[in-house]
Design a binder for this molecule. Structure first.
Ligand SMILES: Nc1ncnc2c1ncn2[C@@H]1O[C@H](COP(=O)(O)OP(=O)(O)OP(=O)(O)O)[C@@H](O)[C@H]1O
Length: 653
């Protein structure tokens, strides 16, 4: 070994005991916030609120509080107040010169939730939440009203500014009030967002019907109410109907319920759930454990799906439907919209941000609780059960067919053209007169499939938003799944391989919801065509569909309106029917039934289309044009393209 390596080039003396750092108190939290709060971004900042709110929720779930107030203050600080027992302020037995309050807020792993004595099923368990928030706040004030007295202690960056002090009397109240202002040294320019807070606070109230949560915000973002009171005695089934917002469902009332583990298994805790199936959107599951959201799922979700899967298969057998045996968990989730919330003792989560539940017992408790109820529910409402079973069997068959198609496509070496699995192609073999509708997968897929003319109209559902091609490297384009599906469906190649002669359809029609998200997706797609497949626009192949925003009905008369102006005009002159005019606003394409969608948006005999063209004489220099069209601001882009798209005529037939 060469000498210099043996001896090292650095002075070995400098690596001694003194280089082994021990971070004291809350220093490690400030040094590595990511380890404790999952990062320093906006999500992490909002997680700070969740940590404090969860402590108040734990008090409520334990039966000691029934009201929580959350107030966002003008300077970006936030106050969370509950009427619980109040954090203890007496001297701590282990550290007699400090109050329990100070120990909790300034020491990692101090808490009352380790033994299950003070709390039975709590979201908190590591004893770090409050101290982490304290460490990452430039100011934190904790007030405790207990035994008719009001106590207060102030902190900055995890360090007490003085001891806990009595600051007055509290004859008529009790509980804990925490006000903190997140430290800009940690979170930079990120600010608490009213909309985000509002949503998560509201979902907390749904999760525990025994609590009333009051919301107040000094910051008005123009769309979030600045004051609200949340109290939902109907719990998760109310939450589910609100989330589905009137979409058609296979069961009139969701399959919902609660099982108390104590009654059923003799162990503390419970599970509450609600699920329904709908053809008009992709399925989802939102799960919670002890009111903490678990976006990555875990054992409670596994237990839930196992119960539903086994239940539906058993019902299929009972109903002599042999195909039910093919259903898998994936089929359940395609249209199944589910909420599951469980409360268990000493839950084990993965990581401090608690994204996934790991307690294995939860799977068993949830599965057994849900399974019995599901069996009863299915046999009691055979109409809903039959509809759900048929829907799931169809899903399973579609999945199997897609797999088979993929296999045959792979096997047949002679077949040059590979089409994406999710393309719903038309049957005509020649290009003339054919159309490809690019639709937002979540919503429109279902009704569009029924509304189309199978012979000439094909559908390509896209999942969410496609890549913004402007910011992306060209190597990324080819590997992006949505773009490669789109390119394959069109039949034209990408980049140097592009050839318009290979285009498989006459018209390519972008059909998105008439809302901001839809506009964004349309803008991304137009940017893609403009930058990557410009000849398609020049040759007049690209169109935008114009779904209506309103449907007016008066007696037997019905009209659709593209916008407010058209609606107002009709309202004024009347439709010529009898009675009052009924106005419904379509939130998305998925809300329209197949008949509406066909008549207004897809049928060449009655629809309106906008042809996308590029106006070479547009004012403004090219730099401005490129920036507006393809820069980072989609609203500018969409506005520009809409303003400059030439209308191909009122009716396109
Ligand atoms: N609003 C409150 N009311 C009553 N006691 C509280 C309140 N907030 C915190 N506590 C007490 O402080 C302890 C420590 O809270 P902290 O948030 O640090 O950890 P935790 O909730 O035990 O666990 P986790 O780190 O998983 O959130 C709690 O266990 C509880 O005993």
């Amino acid at each position: 070994m060469p000498d210099d390596l043996l001896n090292g080039t650095d002075d070995p003396q400098s690596y001694d005991a003194s280089s082994i750092e021990v971070l004291e108190g809350l220093e490690p939290v400030r040094k590595r916030p990511g380890m404790y709060i999952g990062g320093t971004d906006e999500r992490a900042l909002h997680h700070m609120v969740a940590e404090v709110l969860d402590n108040s929720m734990d008090e409520a779930v334990a039966g000691h509080a029934n009201r929580i107030e959350v107030e966002l203050l003008a300077d970006g600080a936030i106050t969370i107040r509950d009427n619980g027992r109040g954090i203890p302020v007496d001297p701590h037995p282990k550290f007699p010169d400090k109050s329990a309050l100070e120990v909790i807020l300034c020491t990692l792993h101090a808490g009352g939730k380790f033994s299950g004595k003070a709390y039975q099923t709590s979201g908190g368990l590591h004893g770090v939440g409050a101290s982490v928030v304290n460490a990452l706040s430039d100011s934190m004030v904790v007030q405790v009203a207990r035994d008719r007295e009001l106590w207060e202690q102030r902190f900055s960056r995890g360090v007490p500014l003085g001891p806990v002090e009595k600051v007055g009397a509290a004859p008529n109240r009790r509980g804990t009030t925490v006000t903190f202002h997140a430290d800009a040294q940690i979170f930079g320019a990120h600010r608490l967002k009213p909309a985000r807070l509002f949503k998560s606070i509201r979902s907390k109230a749904y999760l525990f019907s025994g609590v009333e949560i009051r919301w107040k915000s000094a910051i008005d973002d123009g769309e979030t109410p600045t004051e609200a009171v949340f109290h939902f005695p109907g719990g998760l089934s109310d939450y589910l109907s609100e989330t589905l917002g009137g979409a058609a469902t296979y069961a009139d009332a969701a399959f919902a319920g609660t099982v108390d583990f104590k009654e059923r298994f003799g162990t503390p805790g419970k599970v509450e759930w609600a699920i329904n199936w709908t053809p008009s959107r992709d399925g989802f599951i939102q799960s919670y454990c002890n009111t903490v959201p678990t976006p990555e799922g875990g054992t409670h979700e596994q237990g839930f799906w196992a119960a539903i899967l086994k239940g539906i298969k058993a019902y299929g057998e009972l109903a002599n439907n042999r195909k039910a045996a093919q259903i898998t968990r994936d089929d359940l989730t395609t249209g199944g919209c589910a909420l599951v919330s469980c409360f268990i003792r000493e839950p084990e989560f993965v990581g401090q941000t608690k994204d996934r539940l790991a307690t294995s017992e939860a799977a068993r408790l949830v599965e057994q609780s849900v399974r019995d109820r599901f069996d009863h529910w299915l046999t009691a409402d055979t109409k809903a059960a039959g509809a759900i079973l048929d829907f799931l069997v169809l899903r399973a068959e579609e999945r199997l067919r897609r797999r088979q198609e993929k296999e045959t496509a792979r096997k047949s070496a002679t077949k040059k053209l590979r089409l994406p699995g999710k393309l719903v192609d038309c049957s005509a073999s020649a290009r003339a007169g054919t159309e490809l509708f690019i639709v937002e997968g979540d919503s429109a897929g279902g009704s569009a499939k029924m509304a189309r003319d199978r012979k000439t109209q094909a559908l390509l559902p896209l999942r969410g938003k496609i890549l913004n091609v402007l910011g992306a490297a060209s190597s990324k384009l080819g590997s992006n799944a949505e773009i490669s599906d789109l390119t394959q469906a069109l039949g034209v190649g990408l980049g140097t391989k592009f050839s318009i002669d290979d285009l498989r359809y006459d018209k390519v029609i972008i059909m998105t919801d008439a809302d901001v998200d839809g506009a964004h997706i349309a803008a991304l797609l137009m940017t893609f065509f403009f930058t990557q497949m410009r000849p398609m626009i020049d040759a007049g192949h690209l169109y935008l569909a114009c779904p209506p925003l309103y449907r007016l009905t008066q007696g037997a008369k019905r009209v659709y309106c593209l916008d407010e102006a058209e609606r107002d005009a009709w309202m004024e002159k009347g439709l010529g029917g009898k009675g009052k005019i009924d106005v419904s606003r379509f939130k998305g394409l998925g809300e329209m039934d197949a008949k509406d969608l066909k008549e207004t948006t897809m049928d060449p005999a009655s629809r309106k289309l906008i042809r996308v063209t590029v106006d070479e004489d547009a004012p403004g220099d090219t730099g401005d044009l490129v920036e507006r069209l393809m820069g980072k601001k989609p609203e500018l882009r969409f506005q520009y393209i809409s303003e400059n798209a030439r209308f191909a005529g009122e009716l396109d037939v």
